[in-house]
Design a protein around this ligand. Sequence first.
Ligand code: S3P
Length: 174
Amino acid sequence: MQNKRIFLIGFMGAGKTTLGKRLANKSGLPFVDVDQKIEAYFQLSIQSIFEKYGEAFFRKEESKMLEKLIEEFPQAILSVGGGLPCYNNNIELMNLSGTTCYLHRPAKELFHRLKNSKENRPLLTGKSDAELLQYIEVKLLEREVFYSKAKIIVYRDQQDVSSLMKRLELTAIV
Ligand code: S3P
């Protein structure tokens, strides 16, 4: 059995969930989505958690959930929310616990991928397209300080399952 924790990090809309599920299918490692675990724990959507308790509460809870899931899963593909690496030394914790992969995409591309899914992302809700693009550009710049600490940076043209499997030294089960 492969002894690995792989953390997929990157901005909202980078494709962490899709790629994470594919990597999990191909390698046989479990797929773990930190946001989904938070939703299941609180029995509330991320949107509702932000609305009811605010962002600061969410940031504390996502850090706690990360620690819990690291304990629980010595071997897994973990997809983490876009903000998680940027709070509470979480990027350092992930770097100590496994292989961090930053799924890089340019701001314009993120904008096109996100402009029709603003409503289930609390930080994007209510923004016009122009505001959304500006928000992504500014936030991405801030967050890249943290994202760039990842052990592996995966550019857009490298985001296919087979090449990533090789870079991560994962073995296919089929
Ligand atoms: C957030 C990203 C979301 C979710 C929350 C906050 C962020 O996850 O954790 O809405 O701060 O970038 P995805 O990156 O999976 O959309």
